[in-house]
Design a protein. Structure first.
Length: 364
């Protein structure tokens, strides 16, 4: 069942390039995203004034990355809500809102309750779900299945990257039908999305490099993940993954927020995983890295080959291939997952079944 891998999580990390292909390729028509077979008509994307994304945990983090991409491109408000919060609010959604529900299992109780609430407000609901025929899929107006195949390890890996791929395609289709993208721009976007697949493969091949760096993490009580913009959204997922399977306390911060309190926790040898793949904020993130380095942090920098980093900025640097800034999440996700995986293995923990966690959260 594990195909020779020691754990399901490692197997599922390796399955991501194929999972991405399975999610993207059947929905490509002449190089453009096409949801005809999913029975999602374009008016769903045209007749709305706002997008509201709702999910829990890793799925919510996929939503946060999608939001950072969507809002500047579509020029309409894109909000992300934690399902367990949204369901007890009196949310500002209506019949001009497209509510995107993200759930691997399609059974998370808070997410399901949020879906039902959004429907009661008259919103159009589109769910991004992995498990066929699940309750969320059945109750949504429209469903976009991610084709990741079964995910066994409790810590979500391939489900996250295919959720992102599906959301990126939605974003591209919306931009096209709302006149924000020309056909050429949409084709270019999809080409870059496909380029992220070999970039993921390249990072999987670098797994021994990641394995070696976890010696700097496994004996530490805390770790910090920092980034700006899209990189901040990726940091949130990196911290969650590390916490849930290695039990190392990890926090993600928007890099510019550190100086508003958290930098007090940065002392000698505290691991800081800094993600700097976005060119528009690169120099700002580098300044934040200098700040933590000056306080003795052990900096692991994840960046892009093409971005110039002065020597001595980081203790360890991992470069992802030079792909479009908006698509760096795919190779970065692989690195973050491998960091958590090898930290858990290094601490001799139960990687696939971490304590206190269930794969599908069907209780409130
Ligand atoms: C973390 C993880 C969880 C799930 C969350 C939502 O690795 O897997 O945070 O993402 O419980 O689950 P779904 O996507 O099934 O609704």
């Amino acid at each position: 069942m594990k195909n020779g891998f020691p754990h399901f999580m490692l197997k599922e990390i390796h399955e991501q390039p194929d999972a991405l292909k399975n999610t993207i390729l059947p929905r490509l028509a002449k190089g453009l995203p096409d949801f005809t077979d999913d029975l999602i008509p374009d008016f769903v994307f045209e007749d709305c004034d706002q997008v509201h994304i709702i999910a829990c945990g890793t799925a919510m983090h996929a939503g946060m990355a999608a939001r950072a991409l969507m809002e500047p491109l579509l020029r309409i408000p894109v909000t992300v809500s934690i399902a367990s919060e949204f369901r007890y609010e009196d949310p500002l959604v209506n019949d001009r809102t497209i509510v995107i529900i993200i759930s691997q299992s399609g059974e998370t109780i808070d997410t399901l309750a949020a879906l039902r609430l959004a429907k009661s407000y008259g919103s159009k609901t589109l769910s991004v779900v992995n498990v066929k025929g699940s309750t969320i899929a059945r109750e949504s107006d429209y469903v976009l299945y991610t084709h990741a195949g079964p995910e066994i390890a409790v810590a979500s890996t391939k489900a996250y990257s295919v959720q992102l791929a599906a959301l990126y395609m939605v974003c591209c289709r919306m931009a096209l039908v709302r006149g924000k993208y020309s056909v050429e721009e949409a084709e270019d976007f999809m080409k870059k999305l496909l380029d992220s697949i070999p970039a993921m493969e390249a990072m999987i091949e670098k797994k021994d490099t990641v394995k070696a760096l976890v010696t700097h993490l496994i004996n530490k009580p805390d770790a910090f993940f920092i980034g700006r913009g899209l990189d901040y959204a990726f940091s949130l997922e990196g911290a969650l993954k590390l916490k849930e399977i290695s039990y190392i306390h990890a926090e993600a911060y928007a890099a510019g927020e550190l100086k508003h309190g958290t930098i007090a926790l940065i002392t000698q040898e505290v691991p800081v995983i800094a993600i700097a793949t976005q060119e528009n904020v690169f120099s700002k993130t580098i300044s934040n890295i200098r700040e933590v380095k000056a306080r003795g942090a052990f900096v692991i920098l994840l960046t892009k080959e093409s971005l110039n980093v002065d020597p001595g900025i980081a203790d360890i640097q991992i470069n992802i291939p030079d792909i479009g800034d908006r698509f760096t999440v795919f190779p970065i996700a692989v690195v973050l997952q491998l960091i958590a995986y090898y930290a858990s293995v290094g601490k001799n923990l139960d990687v696939d079944q971490p304590r206190n966690l269930a794969k599908s959260v069907t209780v409130e």
